[in-house]
Design a protein around this ligand. Structure first.
Ligand SMILES: [Zn+2]
Length: 328
């Protein structure tokens, strides 16, 4: 099938043309044997042949792949998250074996949790170094309006690094209660201590801007840096969207640009360097947008930066919408 042909190409990509043809002959030359192999067995057979024919190129490819190891975090349904790690095979198998061993040990000692639950809890405990999975001691930033926190509004909150979370889940996080929808299940213990340190950030109702902080120093204080990271979330250069690495003075410090939330923006490494090149100019846009209906109260736009490139093109970048701004 087309899929199996893809597998053959993928697994032999590191070999020379002659070796690829040789593997193709050996694998696909005997059709009746080929039809008896499942996809996994087929991959194993191709790999065995590739290792045998050219062990050197496979080792080189492995070294390159090892350099590309990483950990990622992405949203899953029902306010869950996938944390994935791409690891060299021995380490990955080692992680999984360690979690399985611990789950088996605790199950044998009478732990009522399922094997999957114990493995997940152990994963959290050993990664964060805390005694129990539910004792989240790292700082979790949570952006919500006062209406969501105090008045039971259904307006969702934002958890930077994750995205939107339901209002009730946000309230439960703040209360330090179980992270569930109001209905405690049989395995939630109401008396458990939760050390969630939530940095609660409110959006100002009339402007939808986060409330700012000022500093006289050129170096951005960590509190202000965190604030910019929450407001901007990703590199502010239009269409970039890379993770923030630098906090940039929009009007440069040597031109008396202040170290304030207004005059700072989060940029990635590449965009920060590009902006420092001759011919680039950035300014903070302060005028309010035109009001379509004069009777409506005046609303200010979110933090906006105008960037002029050496070619004379002008681009505007607006901080992403936050709870309470009506954009969400
Ligand atoms: Zn960028």
């Amino acid at each position: 099938s087309e899929w199996r042909a893809t597998l053959l190409v993928r697994e032999t990509a590191c070999l020379t043309r002659e070796d690829r043809q040789r593997v193709d002959e050996l694998v696909a030359g005997n059709l009746s044997a080929l039809e008896q192999l499942g996809d996994r067995q087929l991959i194993a057979r191709i790999k065995t042949l590739a290792y045998t024919l050219d062990p050197h190129s496979v080792v080189n490819r492995t070294a390159k792949a090892t350099a590309e190891r990483f950990v990622s975090c992405r949203p899953a349904p029902d306010t869950m998250t996938y944390v994935s790690a791409l690891l060299p095979v021995a380490q990955g198998v080692g992680v999984y074996a360690a979690l399985t061993r611990e789950a088996d040990r605790q199950r044998a000692a009478g732990d009522p949790r399922t094997k999957g639950q114990i493995m997940a809890d152990t994963f959290v405990e050993r990664t964060t170094g805390q005694a129990r999975a539910e004792d989240v001691r790292i700082e979790v930033q949570l952006i919500m309006t006062d209406r969501t926190l105090l008045a039971g509004s259904a307006e969702p909150a934002v958890l930077p690094g994750y995205g939107m979370i339901p209002a009730q889940t946000a309230r439960n996080l703040v209360r330090g209660g179980p992270d569930t929808q109001c209905t405690p299940g049989p395995d939630t213990q109401p008396d458990k201590t939760v050390h969630t340190w939530l940095r609660r950030l409110y959006t100002e109702p009339s402007t939808g801007q986060l409330v700012g902080m000022d500093s006289r120093a050129r170096l951005v204080p960590s509190g202000l840096a965190r604030f910019i990271a929450v407001r901007d979330q990703l590199c502010r250069m239009p269409w970039c969207g890379a993770p923030i690495r630098n906090y940039d003075h929009i009007r440069p410090f040597h031109e008396a640009g202040p170290t304030t939330a207004d005059n700072l923006q989060g940029l990635c490494e590449a965009c920060n360097q590009a902006k420092e090149a001759p011919g680039w100019k950035s300014t903070v846009v302060t005028e309010p947008p035109i009001q379509p209906h004069a009777r409506e109260p005046l609303t200010l736009q979110p933090h906006t930066v105008e960037t002029r490139t050496p070619t004379g093109h002008v681009y505007r970048s607006t901080a992403p919408p936050l709870p309470g701004t009506g954009h969400t």
